[in-house]
Design a protein around this ligand. Structure first.
Ligand SMILES: Cc1cc2nc3c(=O)[nH]c(=O)nc-3n(C[C@H](O)[C@H](O)[C@H](O)COP(=O)(O)OP(=O)(O)OC[C@H]3O[C@@H](n4cnc5c(N)ncnc54)[C@H](O)[C@@H]3O)c2cc1C
Length: 405
């Protein structure tokens, strides 16, 4: 019997931790190396959608999503900045399955980490070097440790240390926008409806609110144009009064949330052009390391979950010799879909910032956008990964066998 494939994942964010869960569920040997001394996340929300929830359920985390998320329903909507209704927001897949949840980021990484056997996760490991031979991949860490594995997955975020080992270094693209993010306890907004995702689209700005933690907190994000100084600070504490002024005169509901903001953080919004390749030999990328995207479709983390599920489905049939070909099959499966979402996020950002010529057409586009979401949410990456496994071409000319065992 061939030895089980060993995989080292660099980065214990949502992407790396989910991939570890998915690979373990397929019986593979996995270790996650995270640079921080402990797993944790910022005080902000993340929207989890059906195309990711179906995989969280598959690895046994459906209960955690139900318990710690806040499901939103059909009252979800887009509004003009003055409060006039524009369009409903799609919250189900094509089969009518409603699995859209607001989630506190800290809750998300905690339950992903808690579901792993304790020896799977090594914190305090900052990856600083990578090398590989035909037979093995090796990662070195700032603390002097070295990890060897059949496969290394760079899940180390937008500033990935491992990406330059796959593709020459490039600069992320700044989009002239920053996001102010934070959470307000439910008791400070006693009349706020907790069953919906709501967005107000105004001139060059938009404001988003959805519940997290079973409705115990309300998450807000205010997207505003950024000056050069803000561009420099990747993520930093923001001034609640400056945030309030940005949305002065908007719908009273936006004001109600902002009145309760004591603390806020701001993020400069970057993405990258889609990479032409994610893989080199035994190293491949996943999540923001492979495809950082603007948050306007709320898909960065959801696509990272799809990546992890695709990777696990494909590597489950690999052995040490076939692993590089299997990583290429994973990349082929993911790159096109993710590039579409990356570019779609840019386009949707222009819509909700009203950076369009014809606002009436924009409103019609927001109504039609529901169909795009339905398709996005209905996609099941496992079906596609299994198809890729079954349809895999020979690894090299004259070699009849598939890379998958
Ligand atoms: C304003 C905003 C709102 C968003 N809203 C949503 C949303 O609603 N839905 C959604 O799906 N996505 C959303 N996103 C995107 C989402 O946050 C990211 O796509 C997602 O967190 C990426 O996960 P990741 O695990 O790939 O990377 P990260 O979360 O960046 O995790 C990378 C991990 O790697 C570690 N690391 C880095 N370098 C090293 C190293 N050298 N060695 C070891 N460890 C290392 C880091 O410490 C970190 O833990 C939003 C983003 C922003 C900015």
């Amino acid at each position: 019997m061939t030895a089980r494939l060993s995989i080292a994942i660099i980065g214990g964010g949502i992407g790396g931790l989910f991939a570890a869960n998915a690979l373990l569920a397929r019986g593979l040997r996995v270790t996650v190396y995270e640079q921080a001394p402990a797993i944790g996340e910022t005080g902000a929300g993340v929207f989890v959608t059906p195309n990711a929830v179906r995989h969280l359920e598959r690895v046994g985390l459906g209960g955690a999503v139900e318990r710690l998320g806040a499901r939103v329903g059909p009252e979800s909507a887009y509004f003009h900045h003055d409060g006039a209704h524009i369009a409903p927001v799609q919250v189900t897949d094509a089969a009518g399955w409603n699995a859209c949840f607001g989630m506190h980021r800290a809750d998300y990484v905690e339950f992903l980490a808690a579901h792993l056997p304790s020896d799977t996760l090594r914190t305090g490991h900052h990856a600083v070097g990578f090398e590989q031979t035909a037979d093995i991949a090796r990662v070195s860490f700032a603390n002097g440790a070295v990890a060897e594995a059949d496969v290394v997955i760079g899940a180390d975020g937008i500033h990935s240390e491992l990406r330059p080992h796959v593709f020459p270094p490039s600069k992320p693209v700044f989009h002239g926008t920053i996001a102010y993010r934070g959470l307000v306890p439910r008791e400070r907004l006693p009349h706020w409806p907790l069953d919906r995702w709501q967005m107000w689209a105004g001139p060059a700005k938009h404001f988003l609110v959805f519940p997290v933690r079973g409705g115990d907190m309300v998450n807000y994000v205010g997207f505003v144009p950024a000056d050069e100084q803000m561009k420099e600070s990747w993520s930093a504490p923001g001034d609640p009064d400056v945030l309030r002024r940005e949305f002065d005169g908007w719908d009273a509901r936006v004001g109600q949330v902002l009145e309760q903001v004591d603390r806020t953080y701001r993020w400069a919004l970057y993405d990258r052009e889609p990479l032409p390749t994610w893989t080199r030999g035994r190293l491949s990328l996943l999540g923001d390391a492979a495809h950082p995207m603007l948050p306007h479709l709320g898909q960065g983390a959801n696509q990272a979950i799809e990546d992890g599920m695709a990777l696990a489905t494909i590597l489950a049939r690999a052995d040490a010799a076939s692993a590089p070909a299997c990583l290429l099959a994973y990349e082929r499966l993911r790159r096109e879909r993710v590039a579409e979402v990356q570019l779609g996020a840019r386009k949707h950002g222009l819509r909700v910032d009203s950076r369009v010529e014809d606002l009436r057409k924009r409103d019609a586009d927001l109504v039609a956008h529901a169909e795009f979401r339905k398709q996005l949410y209905s996609y099941d990456v496992v079906t596609h990964a299994e198809h890729a496994v079954n349809a895999a071409p020979p690894t090299s000319p004259g070699q009849p066998s598939s890379p998958f065992r």
